[in-house]
Ligand binder design. Structure first.
Ligand SMILES: NC(=O)c1ccc[n+]([C@@H]2O[C@H](COP(=O)([O-])OP(=O)(O)OC[C@H]3O[C@@H](n4cnc5c(N)ncnc54)[C@H](OP(=O)(O)O)[C@@H]3O)[C@@H](O)[C@H]2O)c1
Length: 299
């Protein structure tokens, strides 16, 4: 590795260490973590996927997000293999299906996830989306898991502002640590009321699909002249600008998923990019903030 490369790696690691979000319990987390949807499903990709996650951990993207749903447990198994021997370097997140989030099922679902992940503790357990089980029951289940030492903390995913308000008014609902929602430059609906509500209640957002799935959800992220110009200014790729935009403030961390080594490096490198007010204003012109309530974007 050349001196230049080493300097860059040090810069990436330092940026990830210093640009953090703080959870309501005081835990600090680098603003870029790693997603794992579709990982573990293709045996031929297995080695590459494991290496990608390990490289990400080495660079400092220590939060790994998975779910019992992904590949029917295969993603958790793959993550388990990737973190073997490095559990302490990782902040492990998994999600429970809504139909497993009642008191009769949640303990078993969590136990199964722990087994597949090869660990005895989740750092964060999320309700994947809202289903038929009452919030009160899911919260009770989460709190029980916390007391039993199976999870350190819990949160939710795909909750809109009304769901968050209801959660807040449910017993122990204020113990929720984060809400994982779709958020990228081409999907800014949450900025109307959800993001302000969460900021007011000191609860960060975890942005999923922060690259709009490599631009496939919003091709404009790869081709828009303003993004291209800003990317040129920083000598980076357009999607790195999109990722840097997502983590521009201290109440949002993003979990891009990447298997290709150059994507992992590019995503970690995005932590170095601090967009200026002028850059942000220019991006606002092309990708405007919402001016009215929008339905929550969900994948
Ligand atoms: N809670 C929920 O309901 C929910 C829903 C969706 C996603 N999620 C979580 O959020 C994670 C991220 O979202 P996502 O996987 O939907 O989409 P994403 O992270 O926005 O995009 C992933 C795609 O972008 C490509 N990519 C990654 N880095 C890149 C780069 N620097 N330049 C160009 N292309 C790049 C990847 O390619 P390669 O893999 O080939 O490198 C992959 O095809 C998921 O993996 C999952 O953990 C949660």
């Amino acid at each position: 590795m050349s001196v230049q490369d080493e300097n860059k790696l040090t810069k990436i690691k330092n940026s990830l260490e210093s640009r953090v979000v703080t959870l309501p319990d005081g835990t600090s987390m680098p603003r870029i973590g790693q997603g794992t949807w579709y990982m573990g499903e293709n045996p031929q990709m297995r080695e590459r996927e494991i290496k990608a996650l390990q490289l990400g951990i080495e660079l400092g993207m220590k939060l790994i997000d998975t779910a019992e749903m992904y590949g029917d447990g295969d993603s958790e198994r793959l993550v388990g293999e990737a973190i073997k021997g490095r559990r302490d370097d990782v902040f492990l997140v998994s999600k429970v299906y809504p139909h497993h989030a009642g008191l009769d099922m949640i303990a078993k679902a969590c136990e199964n996830s722990l087994k597949r992940l090869g660990t005895d503790l989740l750092d964060l357990y999320l309700l994947h989306w809202r289903g038929r089980v009452s919030l009160a029951e899911t919260i009770e289940g989460m709190e029980k898991l916390r007391k039993e030492g199976k999870i350190v903390r819990w949160g939710v995913s795909n909750f809109d502002s009304d769901d968050m308000k209801e959660l807040w008014n449910t017993t122990n609902g204020k113990n929720c640590m984060i809400n994982q929602v779709l958020y990228h430059l081409g999907s800014r609906g949450i900025e109307y009321d959800l993001l302000p509500w969460q900021r007011e209640h000191h609860m960060p957002i975890m942005a999923y699909s922060p690259l709009a799935q490599g631009g496939s959800l919003r091709r404009q992220l790869l081709t828009d002249p303003t993004i291209l110009e800003i990317a040129e200014k920083y000598a980076v790729q357009p999607l790195q600008i999109a990722l840097a935009w997502t983590i521009r403030s201290n109440n949002c961390l993003a979990i891009p998923k990447a298997v290709q080594e150059e994507h992992v490096l590019a995503n970690a490198e995005a932590a170095i990019i601090e967009l200026t007010k002028e850059d942000l204003n220019r991006l606002d012109e092309v990708f405007p903030q919402p001016t009215r309530k929008m339905p929550l974007d969900i994948l």
